[in-house]
Design a binder for this molecule. Structure first.
Ligand code: ZN
Ligand code: ZN
Ligand code: ZN
Length: 382
């Protein structure tokens, strides 16, 4: 188990630097302010992991002034404890209007960008307060360029999260599976992710038998039997940064007659090479859609094209799914420091399926694969 003290801590200076860069990016984007509600943008810029509430908590980043945060008076202590960089805290009382222009320091002609996950109840009140001439857009238009490029501390946390998830996969594969329900195994996955140092376990897909042909199968009361595959796709967060790994198992019950059939071995072999091909294509300058094509090519070539019907991957960081997305049509070139999943799958509806997923960082000259669990088909007694 990873003791918290062994983890990198994002230094206070990093948050100050991110705030400065966000202000510059806002100016370049012609914005009067970034209005950042509770969520991963706020955590990225200040370290503050605020409670999502109906009461307004909002960071205001302006090119022409120091950043400040508006919080309800009763959250002041939490904000002081949670902010990792020294910025002004403006509190509002229960009977105040927190959307008042005097508090947020903006004029009705402002061009503002709100964080993508700000609640509509706050956005609509802000729109009313800044009406009629204000223009609203999404803060991701300026923050995505910052957030997509992970620094060394962020990559170290993503690696620790990946390694913790690797260990959970290994212990599940080594343990008892036959006769248990998917839901029971999923519970064990969640417990083990926490034991391995995650603060939260966000998902535990345990898809057995024909359920393995459903990419986002919800672990069910189905009982796992010998002679079938299990797609295990698990993840959560460690110091805020996500893990996300998929491995495919085949449970035999110790009976060699119940091993994977030839058709499944062939399917898995194609998938294995597709996933390796996608990963190998990672380097700076390569378009996101080219990684998707590199993974999809071998699957198409073997006639499974129709059976791979989702994108190849998604970015990962403080959000489990974030930019960049590895999907046809996304011409964004990869840059060193981008982190994302490479996760092709092949799904034969009604029969079975398989997926392999790693978290990969784009290095200066090629891929850095954070997951180390073996990607081969894991044939286990179960
Ligand atoms: Zn998914
Ligand atoms: Zn996954
Ligand atoms: Zn994923």
């Amino acid at each position: 188990m990873m003791a918290p003290t062994e983890r990198p801590v994002i230094p206070a200076g990093t948050f100050a630097d991110r705030l400065t860069r966000a202000g510059v990016a806002a100016q370049e984007g012609g914005l009067s302010a970034l209005l950042i509600g509770v969520g991963s943008d706020l955590r990225y810029l200040t370290g503050y992991e605020a409670m999502p509430l109906e009461r307004l908590t909002m960071l205001v980043v302006r090119p022409d002034a120091s950043p400040f945060i508006v919080v309800p008076r009763l959250e002041r202590g939490a904000a002081e404890a949670g902010l990792r960089t020294a910025i002004e805290i403006r509190t509002w009382d229960e009977t105040d209007d927190p959307y008042a222009l005097g508090i947020i320091g903006l004029s009705p002609t402002a061009a503002v960008a709100v964080s993508d996950t700000m609640l509509a109840m706050h956005v609509l009140r802000l729109q009313a307060a800044l009406a009629p001439a204000a223009r609203f857009s999404l803060a991701s238009s300026v923050l995505r360029d910052l957030r997509m490029i992970k620094d060394v501390d962020e990559i170290a946390l993503l690696r620790l999260a990946a390694q913790a998830a690797d260990r959970v996969v290994a212990s599940i594969a080594a343990g008892r599976l036959i006769g248990r329900t998917e839901a029971d195994v999923a519970r064990e996955v969640r417990e083990r992710l926490i034991t391995e140092g995650h603060e939260e376990a966000h998902f535990a897909i345990v898809a057995s038998g024909p359920n393995s042909a459903s990419p986002h199968h919800e672990a069910s009361e189905r009982v796992i039997r010998a002679g079938e595959p299990i797609v295990l796709d698990i993840g959560g967060t460690l110091s805020g940064y996500g893990s996300d790994i998929t491995r495919t198992l085949w449970v035999t019950g110790g009976d060699t007659d119940l091993g994977p059939d030839e058709a499944f071995r062939h399917l898995f072999n194609v998938l294995y090479h597709a996933q390796a091909s996608g990963t190998a294509a990672v380097r700076p300058g390569v378009a996101c859609e080219s990684i998707d094509a590199a993974a999809r090519g071998p699957i198409d070539a073997q006639g499974y094209g129709e059976a791979f019907f989702h994108r190849t991957g998604h970015g990962i960081g403080l959000e489990g799914h974030e930019d960049p997305y590895l999907v046809s049509g996304n011409t964004l070139p990869l840059r060193a420091g981008m982190a994302f999943s490479v996760e092709p799958g092949i799904y034969l509806f009604g029969r079975y399926g398989a997926r392999i997923e790693d978290i990969v960082v784009c290095g200066d000259d090629g891929p850095r694969v954070l997951n180390e669990a073996p990607r081969e088909l894991m044939v286990v007694d179960g």
